[in-house]
Design a protein. Sequence first.
Length: 759
Amino acid sequence: MFTHVIANSFDDFFSDLSKRNGKNVYFYRVNDYAGTVENLITKFYELAKQNGVVIEGGIPAPDQKNLSYYKEMMGDEFKPSIAFMETGLKKWLPRMNDVQRHDMAMALLAVFQNMLKAGKNETIIKNTYVKFLCWLYYKFERVLINLGNNDVPKIIYEGNISNHELLLLSVLSKSGCDILLLQYKGDAAYLKLDPKSEMSTPLLISGGQPFPADFNLGKLRENAKKEMVSTRLYGALPNLTLCTNAWIERQRGLEIIKEPTLMRGKEEKFVYNAFMRINGAEDKYIYSDQLYRMQQDLKNSKRHLVIVNGRIPNPTPEEIGEIRRGNYASTEQLILNITQNISYGSNVELQKLMRKAFVDIMLEESQKENANVNRLSSKAVYLLCWLRRYARELFSNWKIPEVGVFIYLGGCKNENESNFLRMLARIPVDVLILCPNLNSKCCLSDELLYEENNTESLNLEKYPEDSAMVRMGTVASHAEREFTDLMCNDSNSFYRNQQFSKANSIKLQTRYEEIHDMWDVTVNFRQFFRVENNLVDIPVIFAKISGVKDGNLDAYWDYIRELKTDNSMLITKIPYIESGAANKFKGLAAGFYKNGKLLKDKIKNHPDFPYAILREEMQNHIIDKIELLINSKLIKGIGENGTEYTIIGWCLNLPKEIVRLIQSFDFTKKNPKLIFVNTTDKILSLEDTIITTFLNLIGFDILFFVPTGYQCVEKYFTTKLVEEHQIGEYQYDLSIPDLTTPPINKASKLLKKLFGRGK
């Protein structure tokens, strides 16, 4: 019989029998995982498929048909002797030779003798013998004829092994098989069957870990298939390897791109490139000059440079027509065929790098949920067209270790742009994405991407490639800016004009008496004002004043007059906007809102966009608050009867005097205000409700004076949005006096009384 022995290394498992010390085999069980263990299992598994048996999930018990055939061929007789079993094996497994049968008969007898010692009766042993022979015939017959050959048969077992299965594997081990038992859940169950580890040996792994939850032979097969497909798709791999960003030691902004390639690293097999995105500007006053000078430095160092502004122009029909392609039945067929469009005969190594980068991206895209061959074909055409377009500039007369530079100002807008830049970053190109406007986000995401973030934001639509586009500050202007930067920060109460571009309004809950005191003060002195991460929280008033305090109409009208400031608007006609009033934007609104999403860029790019004359930051602020008003569903009918389109239409059709208040609004100064006075029983229209709520989100203070106490404000709100102050008795049918005149001076009244000229 064969003897299972201890292996000195994993290589022993794969040695020929002639190189082993006698009739030695290996029967090991694997309980722990490591990378080296996976390599062992993979290689052993491949050999078991060629010359051995793979068992996944156990050996099926012989069925009635198997047992009937055995009985027909072998009868019912059984004797636990060498002679009986050799005779039986010769009849049952005739392809085995005499030496193989003898070794197996000896191994079977050893098992049965141990069973007798354990108290098993002859009937149990006979049934075990029948089961073993059925298993040997139906599961292992092709292996048995190779027992004792120089190429040792391999058996790999995956799962929780049963007692009879373990005994059979012991027989096969003693007959000349190497066996690997995979136990992903550890050794505890096995040791109940073989407490002294007499039948097999545990594989001891230094630093071993539990098996990954998804590890199994099926996964190995899947990986092997992917590897085979990958080999076909990639073809000859490049000799060079991209070292992307690993050479970057610290945050250095634009200096990283200017770093000479020879200074980045000295390994000849590596190409050292950068793939980075810079959000915002470190200093927006000199940002244009920095970009201009970087471009000049790159050109002076003879680097090949491509600059793209805003978006990468779509492939032209001529470019698309140059891409050879066909109809494909599978992703593999698509990639294998269309990759042939990447031809760079003047430099084969560069061609290999390009093809590998293209296949990398296409394989990633093929794994996405919505991937199909047609969609992948479209993405491939975009990548190939753009690669051909820009390769002429980036790789003219390319040679190692040159690295071109691709600068994209504005950030990726869609998946095709993102994929193209990701592909460029995998060939000898520095890819630099500049997003100076912090309100404009780049959609690219990649594990290789290196990112730097700055706090200052500016709107720069075109890269300053010539000096006419560059703006430089004088020493005095920089000194002034440094001073204001020191004073105008989040921890102080001093702010530059229009310092911030984003704000949220926070509704204040106040006492009635507080409204007058805080009405005409800068918002940064109100409670809960805050600036954090360049976002301003503006405390605002949104309140209704019901009744007349003490019934004193003179004081009531004077109170309203005192609230009439330069940055406020007084409205005494209710409704301010009649329901169904003409509005040219109502017809356009349906095109600005699709699938529950506000199409912000479409609004801003429309030729009739009414706020294009406003500051860019305020345009974005307005559109953001339109979106917020819709999404918050503060007004009835949103998402039910098309109120969202009414919101869009009227928020884009504000009266000129309101637009001017918005234009002059500085988020850290006094905020604009609307004052409504309604002495009638008329109610605010839906349009009035939309505009007032929207302006409150913009940052306006809104006050409704309702001496009647009627519910004339609340009709279209979905929640109690307006704070109500009950200040006195209700009064009706009041005539509104001229509220634009100054309030009567109380001191003047007192003097008149003292001198008898007044009452």
